[in-house]
Design a protein around this ligand. Structure first.
Ligand SMILES: NC(=O)c1ccc[n+]([C@@H]2O[C@H](COP(=O)([O-])OP(=O)(O)OC[C@H]3O[C@@H](n4cnc5c(N)ncnc54)[C@H](OP(=O)(O)O)[C@@H]3O)[C@@H](O)[C@H]2O)c1
Length: 133
């Protein structure tokens, strides 16, 4: 989490030179405080004690950064790549790396009418893509 803040601070001056600066914080569907309070949610029992809070903190940072940059061309969003087969989970995730990357690139390339300060997770909200916080 603090690494994300340091990386953002390191790159923000360079991003300001862009006509359409975009920041995509790679979060997780497991960051949702709302869904973690819903016993019917399929990941309700996945209470990873460090990982989930670190992503919830990243989501809060996304809100704060989007607010800080609200009067600029920046768009800052938190995006869940989805449960993906990687080393992180011994390749148990059902999604492909290609699909996960596409979910992130979508928000790295949104235009000036695009959202900012939002939490997107196709896994949590397949219909709208926007996850409850
Ligand atoms: N996989 C999923 O199902 C899933 C779901 C939701 C969210 N995510 C998020 O997606 C992101 C990528 O996850 P992943 O599944 O690809 O994990 P991964 O397979 O464990 O890969 C993590 C990558 O991050 C690099 N890394 C770790 N610490 C670093 C550091 N301090 N500086 C630079 N690079 C560092 C690692 O490099 P080395 O190999 O050199 O150590 C590795 O390439 C993470 O933020 C994860 O929380 C993943």
């Amino acid at each position: 989490m603090f690494g994300v803040v340091r990386v953002t601070q390191a790159f923000v001056d360079l991003l300001q030179k862009s006509l359409q600066p975009r920041i995509v914080n790679v979060t997780s569907g497991l960051a949702s405080l709302t869904l973690h309070n819903d016993p019917t949610w399929k990941y309700y029992n996945v209470k990873a004690a460090v990982y989930n809070p670190s992503k919830a903190a990243l989501n809060m940072y996304t809100i704060a950064l989007a607010y800080e940059l609200r009067d600029t061309p920046f768009k800052v969003n938190a995006v869940d790549p989805g449960f993906t087969a990687t080393d992180f989970n011994q390749h148990s995730g059902p999604g492909t790396v290609e699909d996960a990357a596409a979910r992130l690139v979508k928000y790295a390339t949104i235009d000036a009418d695009g959202p900012t300060g939002k939490f997107f997770s196709d896994d949590n909200s397949p219909e709208t893509g926007e996850s409850p916080w």
